[in-house]
Structure formats: C-alpha cells, structure tokens
Write a protein that binds this ligand. Structure first.
Ligand SMILES: *Cc1c(COP(=O)(O)O)cnc(C)c1O
Length: 480
C-alpha cells in the first residue's frame, strides 16, 4: 500500500525498535473503533531516523549555532543548565489537576517569580496564564476594559497605538473590541506629544507603548505622556516583550505604566518556538490585582500556597495556569543573575547595540542619529546600491541569521539589529566586518547580492506563498 514512492528511506519490513512485552492483559478493541486502513508510516531503522532528523536540524539555524541579531525578538542564549534542571520528573510529571497541597513547590515558583518580576517592573503582582506576548496583550487589554466598565465608564472604546508599534498591539486591541487610534512618531523617533494631546478624549481607554520603542529609542517624555493619560482618566499599557534595555535599571511602573506584559521567551532567556512554548506574564498595579485572570496563586496566612478563583477576576484565559516549565526556567534565570548582575543585562545590551551602530554608520543609513537602546535601526545602505532584502539574503551566505527587515514600518528599508547582551566583542566584530564587506560587494557586484543566497539549501522563496500556503506535510497526499 505504501512504498518507496512515498517515503524514500522506507524499506518494507525494516524496523527501528522493539516494544517490551505488555505487562497487562491484552484487550480486543471493538470493530467500530478500529481504523479501516493501515497507517502510512515509514519503515526505517533507528540510525536512518537519527540521521534524517539530525540532517534536517542542520538545515535550521538557531542561536546555539551562531549570531542571531533579530531585532525586536531578543534572541539571547538559553542556558543549558535550565533544560537539565527542568528535565526532572518532579517537575515534568506534575499534573495541573493535582491538589494544591501536593504542588506547593511549583506554586511557590509562581509566587516568587511574580515577586521578582514585580520588583523589576514596579508592578504589584504578575499572572502567568498567558502563553505568548500577544496573549499577554490580550489579557492586559481585557483588564483595561474591565477597569473602565466596572467604574461605569462605558464611553472608553478606543486605544492609542503609536505608528511605530509592534503589529500585535493594534491586533490585540481590535480583538478586545477597542478601536485603534494611531498617532504619528516625531522626527526624533518618539511619540508626537501634540498629536497625542489632540486625540485625548473621554473615549480613550488607554495607550499601548513600548519603551524603548520599536526604533530602539527611549521615550524621553514618558513622564509627561503618563501624566497626560492619567489626567484624562486613561490607563497606560506597557509592551515589555523586550525589557532588555531597562532590566535592573529602570522600571515601567516608575514611568507611570499600570499594566505590563513581559515575554519570558525573549527577555528572560527561555527558548522561542521549537525549544518550548512561550510565556507572556501580565503584571498590574495594586488596585488591578483582583482583575488578573483565574486561577490566581495566593499565599495563605498559614504560609501555604493556593490556587484561587477570584470572583472579581476577568475570568479564565487558558486551560490551566500557563506553561510551568517555561516559568521555571525564567525563575532560574532570575535567581542565577541575582540582584547584583541583573542590571548588567541592560548595560551590555545597550553597549553592544551602540557598538554596532557606530561601526556601521559609514555604510548603512541612520535615519535617527542618537544613542540607541538595545537595538539599532538602519534605513538600508547609504549607497542604495541594493535593497535591505538583498543585504539580508547575502548575510545567509555568510552563515548569519539576518536582522529583522522592513520593520518598523516607518522607513522603507528598515534593518533592525538587536545583538543582545551575551555576545562577545569578537562576535560583534566578525558580524560588523561581514556587514561592511556586503556594503562593498553591493557597489562592486550588485548582481551577486540580488541573486543571493547562493550557499543555502533553498534560494529565494516566495515569502507570501510560504506564509499563505505553507507546505508543512511531507507530501500533500499524506492525509492520513
Ligand atoms: C515579540 C513581540 C510581541 C509579541 O510576542 P509573541 O510572544 O510573539 O506573541 C509583542 N510586542 C513586541 C514589542 C515584541 O517584540
């Protein structure tokens, strides 16, 4: 029924395992529960499988292989000791329906990480129910909406989002039912205060901001902005997906933010994507704590931890209480750093980004020339000999994951580089040399860049089709 035509490594009869004899009596399944056709599976030996997946993995690229300066994504190293420690039956075998008395340690991790994140952000309490940054935004905005509704303030149907914002911000606002009011960015790359004042009406529920903003620049007027919003009865939401630039030095709560989300899979060193699911914890100021999603972890007066369904909460946003192993990795990260080291993350990530900015400014155009925070945005090559896409494709030939391109949308040729704090001077220098070499190649042999990449498994893909019609099955015919 199936043969080499479907799986080219498959050989009929070849197996890669033997199952142990069952220790329980066999049970004959009723006919109606049995499948009609044999499953379509490859027949391969263990070494075939190992080589197949190892070779596939080598076609991928990760931070364990090389520099990964993807702006607004904070692709920092994920310490291997975290993986080792969480791979312990005491953690992996926990069940979310176990009685709280049997998972005191896990609940303590949630409670203590909530404390540390609150210390780092100036919030009162965090919830770990969110599975991603965008999920955190959704939760935070639901809290914002409830806050106004419970005060009987039903007019507040709009949320302000700056034009430079991450795409998830307007998307989350829309999902929660808010109308998005976009405000422009001024010539210094920051919120245009006059434009902000013009849209501040009694219909504004709040503003979503990230600081440093997506241009990698610090919003210097943040205290003025928060005063304007609060005087207007509106709340401030902080998109803290990338907190690297501030961690241990400046706190969103002290800037006047009321609701914060963080991305543990960016700032707190837990893996993105394939390495494990994400976590977008949401923190709030004291008077919003009751609104956090259920269940909430609380420490009872007798010192035990409990899961509590708060009747004042916005309700449930996930099946259980978030991704425990991800939270555990972030907890280890915070404890490993300690209070004495956490501030170095901000200092070194900002230093690394500025080092790259200064080194590349003769070749790449700096649309806003000021000290950047944890990332730097160029507007393509000064020479304009080739596009940012060509530069990014050529970087693949040199074995680098390219920076973020064509985001933020403010510039036509955006090239957004975020080196993170963990990279050495040698790594940064090698990347800088490569970027300079590409700038020279663009002048000498632009065709070479326009047809790049040359050394990769696949060449230029149709990115629209790849996103709209992803081929995620080995064969379209494998529907079984
Ligand atoms: C990554 C990011 C998000 C979204 O986080 P996800 O986990 O991908 O949903 C939101 N805002 C900013 C600024 C980000 O960089």
């Amino acid at each position: 029924m199936y043969d080499k035509l479907i799986f080219e490594l498959s050989v009929p009869g070849r197996i890669g395992y033997t199952l142990p004899k069952a220790k329980v009596p066999s049970y004959e399944l009723p006919e109606e529960l049995k499948r009609n056709n044999e499953p379509i599976l490859p027949e391969v030996s263990e070494i075939d499988v190992v080589r197949h997946y190892t070779n596939l993995s080598l076609k991928n690229y990760g931070v364990d292989q090389g520099f990964y300066p993807l702006g607004s994504c904070t692709m920092k190293y994920n310490p291997k000791i975290h993986e080792q420690l969480v791979n312990n039956d005491s953690f992996t075998q926990l069940h979310p329906l176990q009685p709280a008395s049997t998972v005191q340690g896990a609940l303590k991790v949630y409670d203590e990480l909530s404390y540390w994140l609150s210390e780092l952000t100036g919030m009162a309490k965090f919830s770990f129910n969110g599975f991603a940054g965008a999920h955190g935004e959704l939760i935070g905005l639901m809290i914002m909406k409830e806050y106004h509704l419970r005060r009987g303030d039903t007019k507040r149907t709009k949320v302000i989002v700056p034009s430079s914002a991450h795409g998830t911000n307007p998307a989350s606002s829309s999902v929660v039912g808010f109308e998005v009011v976009e405000i422009p960015t001024n010539s210094e790359g920051c919120v245009d205060i006059d434009a902000l004042k013009q849209v501040l009406t009694d219909e504004i529920a709040g503003i979503m901001l990230t600081n440093p903003n997506t241009l990698g620049l610090y919003e210097k007027d943040i205290l003025l902005i928060s005063k304007l919003l609060h005087d207007n009865g509106s709340l401030l939401y902080y998109d803290g997906a990338n907190l690297n630039a501030l961690l241990g030095v400046v706190r969103p709560g002290d800037m006047g933010f009321d609701i914060v989300h963080l991305n543990l899979h960016k700032t707190f060193s837990t893996p993105h994507g394939g390495g494990g699911p994400g976590s977008g914890p949401v923190g709030v100021r004291e008077d919003l704590v009751d609104l956090l999603p259920n269940p909430q972890v609380i420490k009872a007066s007798d010192g035990t931890y409990q899961l509590f369904d708060n009747p004042k909460s916005i309700g449930r946003v996930s099946g259980f209480y978030g991704n425990f192993l991800v939270v555990l990795k972030a907890y280890m990260y915070v404890l490993t750093l300690g209070q004495e080291n956490v501030g170095n993350i901000a200092k070194l990530s900002v230093l690394n980004a500025n080092y790259i900015k200064e080194a590349l400014r003769e070749h790449y155009y700096l649309p806003i020339d000021s000290i950047c925070m944890h990332e730097v945005v160029f507007d393509g090559l000064i020479s304009k000999a080739v596009t940012t896409l060509d530069v990014a494709k050529r970087l693949l030939d040199y074995g680098y994951h390219p920076p973020t391109i064509y985001f933020p949308l403010l510039f036509h040729q955006s090239l957004m580089i975020e080196p993170t704090e963990g990279e050495s001077k040698e790594t940064l220098d090698a990347f800088i040399e490569t970027m300079k070499k590409i700038a020279e190649e663009a002048l000498e042999n632009p065709e070479l860049l326009k047809t790049a990449p040359h050394n990769t498994v696949v060449r230029r893909l149709d990115e629209v089709q790849a996103a709209r019609k992803p081929l995620i099955k080995y064969r379209d015919t494998l529907n079984d």
